[in-house]
Write a protein that binds this ligand. Sequence first.
Ligand code: HEC
Length: 191
Amino acid sequence: MGRSRRLTRVLPAIVLVLAAGCSTKTQPTFEYMPDMSYGPRLAAQNEDPNRPGEPVMRMPVEGTVPRGFVPYRYRAVDSLLAQAELTNPLPRSAEVLARGQKIYMTYCVVCHGETGDGQGYIVPKFPMPPSLYSDKVRGWNDGRIFHVITRGQNLMPSYASQILPEDRWAAIHYVRVLQRAAHPAPGDVTP
Ligand code: HEC
């Protein structure tokens, strides 16, 4: 097939594509398979036509919780109660520690630092957070630390909406690792 012959075959297609691209109309004259473009869609924030004055998006029924969700029963001031009643449900396994390290290095490290000394990346722009291997925190049980992560404490905000409860417990196991690294037991260090 000669070159000019090939061109006469392809040319109409090129012209057609160019013509379609140059159209000045805002509405296409022909829609190929509009499918569900114009379905009767309700936007979540709009008024619900079936319930005048109410948005389409509905609030959960009052007094209910999502399936599998266990509400946190302790108020911010109930730290001693949390300390007395809560225990870490997770074993100190390699898997849990790896998860805890991931959580710590994602959420806590920016303030408390890689070793837990309170020298995170955003310090001193953020006032220096306390060490996590102080005698004070080493003396706390896991429930008390869980309470701080869940409810926050003074300048430290609550991480309840960002970290799942089981991930909080795992992070606490990792905080214990940091404490042990800062205060090794006699058998931990070989001379
Ligand atoms: C935005 C910075 C910030 C982040 C992120 C943060 N903390 Fe804190 N944390 C603080 C500050 C500041 C305090 C001291 C609050 C106070 O003055 O009582 C604190 C206090 C604590 C305490 C109590 C220490 C004490 O001596 O009273 C614990 C335990 C703790 N944080 C653990 C964590 C863990 C675990 C994470 C990650 C899940 C975390 N924090 C994330 C800033 C932070």
